[in-house]
Design a protein around this ligand. Structure first.
Ligand code: GGG
Length: 355
């Protein structure tokens, strides 16, 4: 046991569906890693989400953002449940947290782990190892727009995408920096043939920002063929930078080729550290299996490892990742999404036991 214990205050937002099942699993594993590496946690849970909505008519209290603002980080489960429209739940909780805490980078590592079968024939772990850098604060995720002539034959809706110079440059530069630390290759997701204003602008800034990084090799693909390349040649990718919507879609596809969306972690990062960053699995609330103890907790646990890395505890983070890899490589403990019968609790205990 280390002597200099570091303490972190973590806000827990389990949210909806399987969120309240996988967040405690991550806490259990983080506690175990903390004991080994001299890290302690002060957890505070915020019971926000769709159940809160049914009681209070909102997804979180008015001062919700202010109450998590002072924490070192936030660990979130999932958002959304039948009965509350998806756009209401997302725009009432996840999106305000990401935006008001200036978490403008959504980091989504995509890796085929040992012992996990990819649906792509003939591919192994060395072929699937890339990071998606998703713009997280603007782009196609926008509430600017409206409806006119409602209920008539002339009815129409308009929604504006927002691509600011500041927003595009900071996400692209973050991705260039990350590529520099990895294998030195960055792919940009575009659609500048069909989306004729914002995407040519995205491409123009990509070319301009790239001038600062002559050592990083670049590629650029329209999102449609880029999706096909994820399936047909995943080995060409190192870092992929994408707008908010493209990055979201690509990361579910990435998780699928890496064997299961239940395994995929993510970090909503405020790189400047002026606001807490927030960690959450890529998966959603999975109402179909909620409450049955069947959810794979690995996406949440691996998000917890990303949180530790972000907080400056790389050894503890690496130990959690190594424990996950060992359990998966051994192949004895498998949740339903991986073709097995293990429960959330059994998978959590297997990872904790290694730590
Ligand atoms: N684990 C977070 C979660 O519930 N994600 C579901 C989802 O649909 N998120 C939308 C997004 O990431 O933009």
């Amino acid at each position: 046991m280390a002597t200099n214990v570091r303490n972190f205050r973590i806000a827990l937002v389990p949210g909806d569906g399987i969120g309240p099942e996988v967040v405690p699993a991550a806490v259990q594993v983080l506690e175990a890693a903390g004991k080994r590496f001299g890290v302690s946690f002060e957890w505070k849970e915020f019971p926000w989400g769709c159940t809160y909505y049914t009681r209070h008519g909102r997804m979180m209290p008015e001062d919700g953002i202010a109450s998590v603002r002072g924490f070192d980080a936030i660990l979130l489960g999932a958002v959304g449940y039948p009965g509350v429209p998806d756009h209401v739940s997302l725009w009432g909780l996840l999106i305000p947290l990401r935006r008001e805490l200036h978490q403008y980078v959504n980091l989504r590592p995509t890796r085929l782990l040992p012992g996990i079968r990819t649906p792509l024939a003939g591919r192994t772990a060395k072929d699937i190892d890339f990071v998606i850098v998703r713009e997280n604060n603007e782009g196609e995720y926008s509430s600017i727009g409206g409806r006119a002539y409602g209920g008539t034959d002339d009815e129409f809706v308009v929604q504006e995408s927002i691509f600011t110079r500041k927003g595009v440059d900071r996400i692209q530069r973050y991705a260039f920096e990350l590529a520099r630390k990895r294998r030195g290759h960055l792919t940009s997701a575009t659609k500048s043939n069909g989306i004729a204003v914002t995407m040519p602008y995205w491409d123009e800034r990509f070319a301009e920002n790239g001038k600062r990084y002559p050592d990083v090799r670049t590629a650029q693909f329209h999102i449609d063929i880029l999706a096909a390349h994820f399936v047909q040649k995943p080995d060409i990718f190192d870092v992929v930078v994408a707008s908010n919507l493209f990055g979201d879609i690509l990361s579910d596809l990435g998780a699928a080729i890496a064997g299961s969306i239940g395994l995929a972690p993510a970090g909503n990062i405020n790189p400047e550290g002026q606001y807490p960053s927030m960690f959450e699995p890529v998966h959603g609330s999975a109402p179909d299996i909620a409450g049955q103890g069947l959810a794979n907790p690995i996406g949440e646990i691996a998000s917890g490892a990303m949180m530790l890395e972000h907080l400056g505890c790389p050894e503890a983070a690496a130990a959690i990742d190594a424990a996950i890899e060992r359990v998966l490589a051994e192949g004895k403990c498998r949740t339903r999404d991986l073709g097995g019968g293990a429960t959330t609790a059994e998978m959590t205990r297997a990872i904790e036991a290694i730590l």
